[in-house]
Design a protein around this ligand. Structure first.
Ligand code: KG4
Ligand code: ZN
Length: 367
């Protein structure tokens, strides 16, 4: 079965005569094969193929299926992107690809393709940190970053708070999850409730119809001791266990599950932790802006609560539109354009993908 195209977009009004370099971004960390073209901070095209429909029946991503899907869809998706933008491959000035963190097989397929394009064109290749790309993509919509910001990365694999002094050169990791990522916790609760995989969007939808105050679920790392030792960290496994126990108890008693209320109360506990720490980090570091990114930043309650709390604290929030929250080529092209503009060295062509690339490393500079 071949992978399905899930979206395609082209921003209007792009001036192709501009002198800024044209950067091709290639995404292949997980189940999405993405290509995008960015000139400066302008997105010319963004095409994604996803193999999610092939994984859903297994209740999780099967790495071998994802790798093969990248191989099948790499060239067709690239060709679609170029055709839609009206750009020839040889017009590209630099190639950027996700080099980690992610599934090593998926990254290997995408990185081999990216290296082949860069070598054939004789253009520089940048092996980038996919997670930082989740923040970089916001520039394509809200314009260039104009100073330091707190980055809240929330995805199926990450929940991190970053102090971003400069997206290309200076990122400090303040904290992260000690156990599950926010999206992962949502997917696990979705499974407990018998919702389809990935559960995150379903739990979000049920939560919108429920009562957030109905069930008192615990907030991770909220004891006074934890607040000092794990000031900027998150923990969601205790919360997930509390939800599992609540469900088991009702099932044992033969009672009907209040699915909407469970989702709303669980979602509130996760988003209370994420948003309070993001705002506190901005206030304590004297920073006026919070940027969110990653698949979980599509969560409706996260957006609502973060906006409410930021407004009360006098902090600006930048959040990419929903279609740029999940994995895409635009996030890679956007970050690639930042590195090119900063005049940073490209990656050596013999680099290997790094499945656990640290968050303070924006790109691979040596092997
Ligand atoms: O960043 P992403 O596309 O992939 C990586 O993990 O790198 O994030 C996917 C995660 C999944 O766990 C998915 O369930 C979650 O983001 N997600 C959501 C929502 N949309 C996607 N979780 C909660 N609410 C949503 N609306
Ligand atoms: Zn991602």
């Amino acid at each position: 079965m071949s992978a399905q195209p899930v979206d395609g977009s082209r921003l209007e009004g792009v001036n192709k005569t501009e002198t800024e370099p044209l950067v091709l971004g290639i995404e292949s960390t997980c189940d999405e094969t993405g290509f995008a073209l960015v000139r400066g901070h302008e997105l010319l095209v963004d095409r994604t193929s996803s193999s999610m429909d092939q994984h859903a029946r297994y209740g999780g991503i099967i790495p071998e299926i994802a790798s093969r899907a990248h191989l099948e869809t790499f060239l067709p998706t690239l060709e679609q992107a170029l055709a839609e933008a009206g750009v020839k491959l040889e017009e590209i000035d630099a190639v950027a690809c996700s080099a980690g963190p992610g599934l090593i097989g998926s990254l290997t397929v995408g990185n081999c393709g990216a290296k082949a394009i860069a070598a054939a064109l004789g253009k520089p290749l940048y092996g980038l940190n996919h997670v930082i790309g989740h923040l970089a993509v916001d520039q394509l919509v809200d314009g260039p970053f104009d100073g330091p910001f707190i980055g809240l990365i929330v995805s199926g694999g990450h929940s991190n708070l970053l102090l971003v002094n400069d997206i290309a050169t200076d990122i400090v990791e303040l904290g992260g999850t000690l156990d599950d990522a926010a999206g992962e916790a949502f997917d696990k609760v979705g499974r407990l409730l018998g919702l389809p995989y990935p559960g995150g969007p379903h739990v979000d939808r049920h939560g919108q119809a429920g009562n957030r105050e109905a069930i008192k679920f615990p907030r991770g790392l909220s004891r006074p001791k934890d607040r000092i030792e794990h000031r900027w960290d998150f923990s969601f496994s205790g919360l997930k266990t509390a939800v599992a126990r609540y469900i088991e108890t009702l099932q044992r008693e033969g009672k009907e599950l209040p699915v909407d209320d469970i989702c709303a109360s669980f979602s509130e506990a996760v988003n209370d932790s994420l948003t309070s720490k993001a705002i506190d980090a901005a206030l304590e570091h004297g920073i006026k802006t919070v940027v969110i990114g990653g698949g979980f930043s599509a969560n409706s309650r996260l957006r609502e609560l973060l906006n409410e709390r930021a407004e009360a604290a006098g902090i600006e929030v930048r959040m990419p539109p929903l279609r740029y929250c999940t994995d895409n080529g635009a996030q890679i092209a956007a970050l690639g354009a930042n590195l090119v503009a900063a005049g940073l060295p490209s990656s050596p062509l013999n680099f290997s993908p790094d499945s656990s690339m640290p968050l303070n490393q924006t790109h691979i500079v040596e092997v």
